[in-house]
Design a protein around this ligand. Structure first.
Ligand code: ZN
Length: 65
């Protein structure tokens, strides 16, 4: 990824977190949400329980680091 130096900081309406990644789109109302919430919604839509969603997100975050 290229650093431009003028990224936009957004606030997620679902979890209230600040983020500067490209927003995901909420399936509920098409509003921009943070990538984590986008992942959660996608997992929820395929029937993944909350506990499993958090495990998957942790795996994604660990992979990024
Ligand atoms: Zn969020």
């Amino acid at each position: 990824m290229k650093e431009s130096g003028n990224f936009t900081v957004r606030i997620c309406p679902k979890c209230g977190k600040f983020y500067c990644e490209v927003p995901a789109t909420s399936r509920a109302d098409n509003s921009p949400i943070c990538p984590d919430c986008g992942t959660r919604e996608a997992l929820e839509s395929i029937g993944v329980c909350l506990e499993e969603q958090e495990k998957i997100l942790a795996t994604i975050h660990n992979a990024k680091a």
